[in-house]
Design a protein around this ligand. Structure first.
Ligand SMILES: [Ca+2]
Ligand SMILES: [Ca+2]
Ligand SMILES: [Ca+2]
Ligand SMILES: [Ca+2]
Length: 247
């Protein structure tokens, strides 16, 4: 209220209400609540799965504080989308850890002041894709073959097989095993290294070639496996004395 009073005696005065309006100028940028954001999400989730939420605030008023979130374009930034008002990040593709296991995307919060007075800020969002056991072990060759002299003692090395698994940790920890089609177990395999050795000596006169199946199994909660064929050729050794005919 403003009051005016004259100097007369008696004095006369009058007053009126004056409304002073302090209009907000857009002098504050949006500020993210955290310096940066780290989220984890398991691969293979359907598109539009929620990843996490980023939030900023702006201490101005009205449209000067009304925030809009967006993802800045960058490498693989189109794998995610963001709700422009709520700041929730969603998957825009089915994530595959074996293709991209870590993302760094930039999210921008802009206030809604009219251009060119609008202000914005940017934060980093780190997204780690967690593994699912979605790959079978696979051997490096379509089949293996090796040869071994007959009578080689138990423990003789025959060959080495290796399989690979594109998953990680337990989902890629492999155990090798061997299955024989015949009742005689000629071979052993080191379950950790894949080295195949003689278990029971071969006799060329009994067996010239054998075919076994080698399996690699991962250690996932639901274990996946892959198999390959190993063909062993038994080499003849001159172990039969000639019969000398006496005249
Ligand atoms: Ca502002
Ligand atoms: Ca995958
Ligand atoms: Ca995987
Ligand atoms: Ca696996």
């Amino acid at each position: 209220m403003v009051r005016a009073e004259d100097a007369g005696i008696p004095s006369k005065a009058s007053s009126t209400n004056v409304r002073v309006r302090i209009s907000d100028s857009n002098d504050n940028s949006p500020a993210f609540n955290d310096a940066d954001y780290t989220f984890h999400i398991t691969e293979n989730q359907p598109i539009s799965t929620s990843v996490g939420i980023v939030q900023a605030s702006d201490i101005d008023n009205g449209t000067h504080a009304k925030l809009v979130y967006s993802i800045m374009s960058g490498e693989n930034s189109n794998h995610f989308s963001i709700h422009p008002v709520e700041g929730t990040l969603y998957t825009a593709v089915v994530l595959d850890r074996e293709t991209v296991k870590e993302y760094r995307i930039k999210v921008k919060a802009s206030d809604s002041a009219a251009f060119p007075n609008d202000l914005s800020n940017i934060t980093n969002v780190y997204i780690t894709v967690l593994d699912q056991n979605d790959n079978n072990p696979s051997f490096s060759l379509p089949f293996y073959n090796a040869s071994v002299p007959e009578n080689s003692p138990s423990g003789t090395s025959v060959t080495m097989v290796t399989a690979d698994d594109r998953d990680t940790d337990a989902n890629a920890e492999l155990t090798y095993s061997i299955s024989h089609s015949s009742s005689v177990e000629y071979l052993s395999i080191d379950s950790a290294t894949g080295e195949v050795t003689v278990k029971n000596a071969f006799d060329y006169e009994a067996t010239k070639v054998i075919n076994v199946t080698i399996t690699a199994q991962d250690n996932g909660i639901i274990r996946l496996s892959g198999s390959v064929s190993l063909v062993i050729y038994i080499e003849d050794v001159n172990d039969n004395n000639p019969v000398i005919e006496r005249g």
